[in-house]
Design a binder for this molecule. Structure first.
Ligand SMILES: [Mn+2]
Length: 238
């Protein structure tokens, strides 16, 4: 670990049902700190100011949260789409675009992988139980520290270099998922129902999205820790 820890931006979470609050869940903060980074919350702010803030960071985490508005991937809003925050959408897509343009290490978690996919021109299922036949259970009632479905890690990927090639047991708290893969993204992991659970961008130094929540498993699972450690190492190389 370098003596000067990299600054890692955590995109603030926001729910339209509680619009006066920006927040970041504790587990993201703890996982980034434990991996050697300094976590900083990035709230919404004017675009030029946001860019100034991002330019001082060494890595970006797209955190979990509410659903992406389907108009951002060219589809009609369906009744089974969940809560949406326009404030959150604007912040996430602006921050993601900046990170991709400047090749800043980016770790995209849950909602984050969905934002990443849409930023690359892909689309989403608005509700997996409605739109995917024979899907495995992607919304668990067990605690987030426990894995409930198996994920196949594709060989020759950044993900496999971090966690190994064997299958992972991951938690699952999502009702949406990747439908059409964004152009330029590579699939790094799938569930037995063929849902995409991880993507990465080979054009960038470190752009990785996972559909599960490694921050909730970081204390108990070495493979979850390895994602944050690899990400912070990449940020140290900035
Ligand atoms: Mn899942």
């Amino acid at each position: 670990m370098s003596s000067r820890r990299p600054l890692i931006g955590l995109v603030a979470q926001h729910n339209s049902s509680n619009p006066d609050q920006f927040f970041v869940k504790r587990a993201y903060v703890q996982a980034v700190s434990a991996a050697g980074g300094i976590p900083i919350m990035i709230p919404p702010q004017p675009p030029a100011q946001l860019e100034q803030l991002l330019s001082r960071l060494q890595g970006l985490v797209l955190t979990g949260g509410v659903d992406v508005h389907p108009e951002l991937y060219g589809e009609e809003l369906q009744p089974w789409c969940g809560e949406i925050s326009q404030v959150r959408d604007e912040l996430d897509f602006a921050a993601a675009a900046w990170a991709l343009q400047h090749d800043m290490p980016l770790l995209a978690i849950c909602r984050g992988i969905q934002v990443l996919n849409v930023a690359f021109g892909g689309s989403l299922y608005q509700d997996i139980p409605q739109e995917v036949a024979d899907a495995v259970r992607h919304w668990q009632s067990d605690p987030g520290s426990e894995g409930t479905h198996e994920v196949t890690v594709h060989q020759g990927t950044l993900l496999s270099s971090l966690v190994g090639r064997g299958p992972l047991r991951t938690n699952s708290f999502h009702h949406q998922g990747i439908k059409r893969l964004g152009s330029g993204l590579k699939i790094a992991a799938t569930t037995p129902d063929q849902l995409v659970e991880a993507v990465e961008s080979p054009e960038h130094r470190f752009v990785l999205g996972v559909q599960w929540h490694p921050e909730l498993m970081a204390e108990s699972c070495p493979a979850a820790r390895a994602l944050f450690e690899g990400f912070v190492r990449a940020a140290e190389g900035e």
